[in-house]
Design a protein around this ligand. Structure first.
Ligand SMILES: Nc1ncnc2c1ncn2[C@@H]1O[C@H](COP(=O)(O)OP(=O)(O)OP(=O)(O)O)[C@@H](O)[C@H]1O
Ligand SMILES: Nc1ncnc2c1ncn2[C@@H]1O[C@H](COP(=O)(O)OP(=O)(O)OP(=O)(O)O)[C@@H](O)[C@H]1O
Ligand SMILES: [Mg+2]
Ligand SMILES: [Mg+2]
Lengths: 152, 165, 152, 165
C-alpha cells in the first residue's frame, strides 16, 4: 500500500519533469513528499523553474506559467493512469498563443487512443481539434448544438 | 473504454433533446459566452453521479432543471444519458456498450438507469470508481479550476495522487 | 454618514443598471442592501439577468457572463467616484471576442479625461489602445520594455 | 490627477533601470507569458504603499527584490518611482507634480521619498487615501481577481462600496 504509493509517486515525478520540460521548452520541475517519514498522510510539494529562471516560490510565477505548470502536472498524472476520456473546460485561458500551441501539440503527440473534450475560445485549440461542435443560443436562453466541419 | 455519446434534455440551458456524438481524438466545443458549453461539462459530471451542487454551480440540485426563459416555460425534469464504449472491458459489466441515465424531477424524485434497468446512484458511482472519472477523479477540469492542483490546500492535491495510485 | 452611504449606494445601483445593459446589449441588473434596517453593516447583494434569460443565482451564470457583470459593477462604482487612473490586469480573459469589443467600446466611449492601463493578451484590447508597451524577456528572466507604434 | 511615469529598478524581473511614460487615454501592456507585465502592476501597487505580500504574490517582502537568474546575480535592493501630474490639486500637496519613491534593501531596511524628501510609509498611504488608489481601493484589479467583486465574501465588497462613498 505504502510501497505502491511511493512507486507511483516517483513515476508521476518522472513524468512531471518530462512533461514540464516539453511544455516549457526546457526548465526543471518536480513534486516532492513533505515528510518522507509520513508518506501516507503528508502533503505534496510542487517546485517549478521555467528555463533560465531561478527556482522560486510557485506564487511568484506568472498567471500563464502557473497555468502551464498545472497542465504539466495533470498530464503527468494522466500518463501514469490514463482516464477513458478527459474534459478540459477553458484550461488554457491564461496562456499566450505560443503556449497554446505547445499545449495542443502535446495533446496531439500523445493522443493515440486517448479522448479529449476541450471547451475553448482559443483559435489554436480549435485548429488542433479533429472535430468541432458549436453551441449556439439563437433563441435566447436555449442552447443548441451544431456539428461543424473543420476549416469552417 | 471511451465516451460514445451524450444525450441532454431539460438539463440547464438545454430544454430540447440534444444528441452529441463523440469520437476518439480531440473534440473542441466552442461558442459565445453563456451559450451552454460549460453546461455540457456539468451534464457529463452529473450523469456520472456528481452530488455536489457547488461543483455544478448551483445552490440546490433543482437548479439543474431548465428553469425557463422570458419566452418559454420551465421544464418538469432534467435527463442526461451517456453511452460508453466498453469493448476493452474496463468497466466491470458484461456489455460492450454501457448506457447510463440520470433523471431528476422538480418534485425532488430521482431515477437512475444502467442499460435501461433501474438502479441506485450508488451503482453508478461504484461502476466508475477506479477509472479516474469519479468524485476524486482528475479527468474533468472545470472552468477556472485548473489552478486548483497547485493550490495550498494540499489535501485535495493529495487525494488526486491517491486516486491515480 | 448613513444618508450619504444610502445616496451613493442608490447612485451606484443606477449606474450598474445602465452599464450592465450597455455591456450586455440589454438585460437587467441591480445591487441591493441585504438588510434595510442595518444599512451601515449589512451585506450587499448582486442580481444579474442577461437579456432574454430568467433571473437566477449568480453562480449559474457562465464564466464570461460573471466576468462582464463584475466589470459592469466596477465601472458603475468608477462612474460615481472616478479614480485618477485604473489598472486592469487581464480582466477580460473569460470574454469571447464579441464581448471584448463591448468592453473596449465602453472604455473608449467613457475615457475622456480618464486613464486606463490594461495588461492584455487580447487582440481586441490592443486595437482599442492609444499606446502600446511590449514587455519582453530577450535575456531569460530579465524584463525590458519597448514602446510600440500602433499598427505594428 | 493622472499617472505621468513609472521608473522600476531591481523590482522583481526588472533588474535594469526601466522608465515607462504614461499618457491619458488607454495604454495596453502586452507580451508573452512570464515576461513581466503583472510585475508592472505589482510595482504600481508597491510604490503606492502595498504591504500585503499575498497581494504582491510573494511570501516575504524581500521577494520583490530581483533574485537573479541562471546568468545574472541577485540585486541588493528594489526601487520604484512614480511621478503623478497633480495640476488639478487632487492630492493635498502644493505641487503640480508629485514624485513618490519606495526602496527596499535586502537587509530589510526601507526608504520612502515624497518629492525627494525622506518620509514614512504612513505619509504615502495617507496621501493616497480617498483617491480610490489606497488599500481598499478599486482602481487596481489584479490578474484573476475580477471575479472577487461578485464573491460571497460580501464584507470585501462592502468595503469597496464604502471606499467609493
Ligand atoms: N436551470 C437552468 N435553466 C435555464 N438556463 C440555465 C440553467 N442553468 C444555467 N442556465 C444558463 O446557462 C448559461 C450558462 O451556460 P454555460 O456556463 O454553459 O456558458 P458557457 O458557454 O460555458 O459560457 P462561457 O464561455 O462564458 O464560459 C447561463 O446564462 C445560465 O443562465
Ligand atoms: N524577485 C524576482 N526576481 C526575479 N524574477 C522574478 C522575481 N519575482 C518574480 N519574478 C519573475 O517574474 C515572472 C512573472 O512575471 P509576470 O507575473 O509579470 O508575468 P506576466 O507577463 O504577467 O505573464 P502572464 O501573461 O503569464 O500573466 C516570473 O517568471 C517570475 O519568476
Ligand atoms: Mg463556460
Ligand atoms: Mg500576468
Amino acid at each position: 500500500m505504502k510501497k505502491q504509493f511511493v512507486d507511483h509517486f516517483s513515476l508521476i515525478n518522472e513524468n512531471f519533469k518530462q512533461v514540464f520540460a516539453e511544455l516549457f521548452g526546457g526548465g526543471v520541475a518536480e513534486v516532492g513528499l513533505e515528510d518522507e517519514q509520513d508518506v501516507l498522510a503528508c502533503g505534496i510539494e510542487i517546485r517549478a523553474q521555467p528555463p533560465g529562471k531561478k527556482l522560486q516560490n510557485l506564487l511568484l510565477l506568472s498567471g500563464g506559467e502557473r497555468c502551464l505548470t498545472a497542465i504539466a502536472l495533470l498530464f503527468a498524472i494522466l500518463r501514469l493512469r490514463p482516464t477513458p476520456f478527459c474534459v478540459l473546460d477553458e484550461v488554457e485561458a491564461a496562456l499566450d498563443d505560443a503556449n497554446v500551441l505547445r499545449f495542443t501539440d502535446y495533446i496531439r503527440r500523445h493522443s493515440e487512443d486517448a479522448q479529449y473534450i476541450l471547451v475553448t475560445h482559443r483559435k489554436g485549440t480549435m485548429e488542433a481539434a479533429d472535430r468541432l461542435y458549436g453551441v449556439t443560443m439563437q433563441e435566447r436562453g436555449i442552447s443548441r448544438i451544431l456539428s461543424m466541419k473543420l476549416g469552417e | 473504454m471511451h465516451l460514445k455519446s451524450l444525450e441532454i434534455q431539460g438539463f440547464k440551458s438545454f430544454p430540447e433533446r440534444t444528441f452529441i456524438e463523440f469520437h476518439k481524438g480531440v473534440t473542441a466545443i466552442i461558442g459565445p459566452n453563456g451559450s451552454g458549453k460549460s453546461n455540457i461539462t456539468d451534464a457529463i459530471r452529473w450523469v456520472l453521479g456528481e452530488q455536489s451542487v457547488k461543483t455544478l454551480r448551483g445552490s440546490r440540485m433543482e437548479d439543474v432543471i431548465f428553469t425557463g426563459t422570458q419566452s418559454r416555460r420551465a421544464m418538469g425534469f432534467a435527463e442526461v444519458t451517456m453511452v460508453i464504449d466498453n469493448s476493452d472491458g474496463k468497466l466491470p459489466l458484461d456489455y460492450t456498450e454501457v448506457q447510463v441515465t440520470r433523471r431528476l424531477y422538480r418534485s425532488g424524485e430521482s431515477e437512475y438507469l444502467l442499460n435501461k434497468t433501474t438502479c441506485r446512484l450508488r451503482d453508478i458511482t461504484t461502476l466508475f470508481m477506479d477509472t479516474g472519472l469519479g468524485r476524486d477523479g482528475y479527468s474533468i477540469v472545470g472552468q477556472g479550476r485548473v489552478d486548483d492542483i497547485l493550490s495550498h490546500r494540499s489535501e485535495d492535491r493529495r487525494r488526486v495522487f491517491e486516486e491515480a495510485s
